[in-house]
Structures are given as C-alpha cells and as structure tokens.
Design a protein around this ligand. Structure first.
Ligand code: NAP
Length: 460
C-alpha cells in the first residue's frame, strides 16, 4: 500500500473515532458509537499492517491469537458491574504497551538519538509506566482484592511528589545525556512506584474519577509515542482519549464535589475516614416493612421517584423496576427516575441498565433537575442505592462522603428502601436515612422484592 492510501485510511479511522465519541455521548446512539470505534480501530490496525513490511508475521499472529483467546470470553461473560475494573485493566495493558514500545524505540535509536525524541519518549514512558501500576491498583481496589481505603501516613504527599520528582529529574538527565541508557530502567522504576503511590492514596469511592484520569494519562502517553513513530492516527486517537478522559474526570470531580487538582495528584480521601461505626446504630432501629405495606402506600401515591443504584445492577432488577413503574403509572401516579452521576460502579451505569429495560429517556431526571422535586414527592423508592442518597454528605464533615452532592430523597414524604440488609454502600458510611420516621425498609434482593410488590399491587 502506498503512502497516500495509508493516509486516506487513517483519515477514515480518525473520522470514525470522532463520530464514536459523538454517538457515545447519548444513550440512544451509544451502540452505534461503540461499533464506530471498533471499526475505526480495525481500519487503523489493518492499514498499518498493510503499509509496513512485516518482519515476523508469526509473532503478530501469535499475539493476536492470545489477545483474542483472553479477550473474547471476558467481553462476552463480564457482568456489567465489573466494567470499571475491566476498563482499569485495559488502561494498564495499553499504557504498558505504549511505555515498552517507547523504551524499545529509545534503545533502537541509540547512539544517535536526538534531544527532541528523547524528551518525548521520556515523558510518554513516565506517563505510561505510572498509568500501568496506577491502573493495576485501581483494578485491585475495585475488585476487592485490596482494601478500598486510602493508604494514609505522615508525609505521604512529600513521598509521592519526591518519587515523581526523581523520575522527572532522571528524565531531564537522560535528555541532556541521551546516550546514558542505564538511566531509563531507573526512571521507569520510579514512575512505576509513583503510579502505585498515587492510587493507593485514593479512597475507593473516588476510583471512577481516578480511572478517567488514568484514561487521560494513557491517551496522552500514546499521543506522545505517535509523534516519535510519526504515526498520525496514534497522535489523534491518543489526543482524543487523553482529552475525553480529562473532561470526564473534570465532570466527575464536579459531580462528587472533589477538588480536581487533588484527584490529579492523588490527594483525595486522605482525610481519616472515620466511617460511622455505630454498629449499634446509636441505639436507633430501622423500621422493617412488608411489600404489602409498601403496596398500600403506593396505591395512594400521586407522585413517585425511583432512585436506582448499584444494588439494582447486582440483582439485575431493571426490568422489574420498569414493570413496577408501569403498574403505578396505570394507577394514575406520575413516575420519574432520579439519576445520580456516580450511582452504580461506572459513569452512566444506571442510564445503560434502564435503557436496556426500555425506560423512556424523558423519565430519567439528572440529579440537579430532580432534587427540587423531592419535597413535593409522595414516595421515593430507593432500589439498591445507598451512598448517593446519604444526607451525611451534606451534614457530617467526618463522613467519607462529605461534600459529594446527593439525591435529596430524605425530603420526600415517604422513603422506601429496598436492600438486603443494614450494610453500608461502597463508601462504608452508615446511612442516617434508614432510621428516619418516614423511611420504610424492605429487606431482600431487589428483583425478588420488586416482583412481589408488583404482584401485590396487581392483586389490589
Ligand atoms: P452503594 O452506595 O454502593 O450501595 C449499593 C447498595 O445496594 C448497598 O447498600 C447494598 O446493600 C445494596 N445491594 C447490593 N446488592 C443488592 C441486591 N441484590 N438487592 C438489593 N440491594 C442490593 O451504591 P450507590 O448508591 O449506587 O452509590 C455508588 C457508590 O459507588 C458511590 O460511593 C460511588 O462514588 C461509588 N462508585 C461509583 C462509580 C461510578 O462511576 N458510578 C464507580 C466506582 C465507585 P445490601 O448489601 O444491604 O443489599
């Protein structure tokens, strides 16, 4: 294939990447966006393979076969609730590949490597290596392999910044003395260690934002490598990845009321999270109710807001949630869904599940719009959500959730909580709402409880 054909194919791939981002920003077109991104990547890979003379086809085929054997079952079987972990692993492998290719390029250019190439390679290797360990730790935290609590010790910030400082100083030394190849592995080790420290210092509840930032770092690193390899599609894809990850991290920081700078440098969750350990719940008791009690309340309600959360995803209750909404709407009640930006375990988690259950998009209300409606709402039904409803985020400065905007379900006339136990949510914080006089706790798996509730309402 000649140079011009390659350029045309790269333009096709780039257009597909841009369209995919556009389409993925709306639930209705998100599947198309996913296909466009996959097609763009296929075009870019095939064009690159055709354009260059391949020395070892056996290695390429072997690597593609291993990737397919490992990736296909993961893609087909992975539960939606584990997508954040999987995303973290994609960033880990992507950034490791970018960093290792960068290292290979550096040694290949020796001893005639120029200053510009060395500086770009050093920067992209630091980002690539730190993203690798950071993403592995994010994976381990989200998968529950290690505790989600931030690793806090005196002088933590100084240790982290010094580690990064040494990596950067070594990079500067390498740029000034490009033939001193022995520096590269030491620089890589410091960058790897910094990635570890960065994410170990962040609490589990902030992992979504961290993953978006790591996404951004991986993209910037790939774009840097694109400059060295003079590969335009890699530059554009890396820049798109880097900037979209950055914007997503900004939006999520705002949604969780976190300082973006703190998240960027791993200083979030450093507050000693005195998770309320009122094991006795301060002598308070929550009131447990039956589905029949809730059915009676619902049959008299004029307005209901359903608040889905992680538990709905776990129990795959989205279809029966829609069924319940249909039944109460049939009784003349207005139904809305309140969507918190970080409900569940990934951005847009609830939107995806509710779209799968054919919930009309107009019924989904974002947090900012829906919060003012709770005081006039008869019943808020909380389906497997917890942290995103916790008023401690507004009132308790020692709560790990303090400062995060939450759904004001406590302001509804009656709150129905459907969950299996009194266990806390992702942050580990106890929820005051369980003990309020207007709260009805209904214990059990969300899917089963909702199915019983639908049956009770239909029976009248
Ligand atoms: P949450 O605070 O984690 O609470 C989920 C609740 O669901 C739990 O209290 C659990 O209580 C209940 N549950 C679990 N399985 C259930 C089942 N089968 N049936 C019924 N209930 C079930 O969830 P959230 O309110 O959605 O808040 C999300 C949290 O995750 C936030 O802290 C957020 O920062 C964090 N996070 C978000 C993302 C993201 O991007 N969205 C990513 C990572 C972390 P029981 O065990 O008693 O049933």
């Amino acid at each position: 294939m000649n140079e011009t054909d390659l350029e045309y194919l790269y333009i096709v791939a780039i257009v597909l990447f841009i369209l995919s981002l556009r389409w993925m920003s709306e639930v209705k077109t998100s599947r198309r966006g996913n296909w466009a991104a996959s097609a763009g990547m296929a075009v870019a890979v095939v064009a690159t393979l055709l354009a260059f003379q391949i020395q070892r086809i056996d290695l390429l085929v072997g690597a593609a076969a291993i990737g397919t054997i490992v990736g296909l079952p993961i893609a087909l079987k992975l539960p939606m609730t584990a997508v954040p972990q999987r995303t973290a692993m994609s960033h880990a492998f992507g950034s490791l590949a970018v960093a290792l290719v960068g290292a290979a390029e550096y040694y290949q250019y020796l001893p005639t490597i120029d200053t510009f190439t060395t500086s770009v390679l050093s920067a992209e290797m630091i980002l690539g290596f730190l993203t690798f360990t950071g993403s592995c730790i994010a994976f381990a935290k989200l998968q529950g392999l290690i505790p989600g609590k931030p690793l806090v010790y005196p002088g933590r910030i100084i240790v982290s910044l010094s580690t990064l400082g040494v990596a950067v100083a070594l990079a500067v030394y390498l740029v000034l003395n490009p033939t001193q190849g022995f520096v590269l592995p030491i620089m890589a080790a410091f960058a790897l260690f910094f990635g570890f420290l960065l994410v170990m210092g962040i609490g589990g509840a902030d992992m979504p934002t961290v993953i978006a930032i790591l996404n951004s770092y991986a993209g910037i690193s790939a774009a840097g490598l694109g400059f060295v390899l003079d590969n335009k599609v890699l530059i554009v894809a890396g820049a798109l990845d880097g900037s979209s990850g950055f914007v997503l991290a900004l939006i999520m920081s705002q949604a969780m009321n976190r300082s973006f700078i703190n998240v960027l440098f791993g200083a979030v969750g450093s507050k000693t999270t005195k998770v309320s350990e009122d094991a006795s719940h301060g002598g308070r008791t929550a009131q447990s109710y039956t589905v029949e009690d809730v059915a009676t309340v619902l049959s008299n309600a004029r307005s209901v807001i359903i608040v889905p959360g992680y538990g709905m995803a776990v129990s795959q209750a989205q279809h029966v949630v829609k069924e319940l909404a249909d039944v109460i709407q049939g009784l003349g009640c207005d139904v809305k869904y309140a969507i918190h930006p970080v409900a569940g375990r990934m951005p847009g988690h609830m939107n995806v599940l509710l779209a799968e259950a054919q919930v009309p998009y107009e019924q989904l209300w974002e947090m900012d719009r829906v919060n003012s409606l709770f005081p006039e709402t008869d019943v808020a039904i909380v389906v497997g959500a917890n942290d995103v409803t916790n008023p401690a985020a507004r009132t308790k400065p020692d709560s790990p959730l303090y400062g995060m905007p939450v759904l004001d379900v406590d302001k509804a006339k009656t709150v129905v909580f459907i969950k299996r136990s009194m266990n806390p949510g992702f942050s580990g914080a106890d929820n005051e709402l369980f003990y309020l006089p207007n709260t009805m706790m209904v214990f059990g798996d969300a899917k089963r409880v909702l199915a019983d509730l639908v049956a009770a309402l239909k029976k009248g």
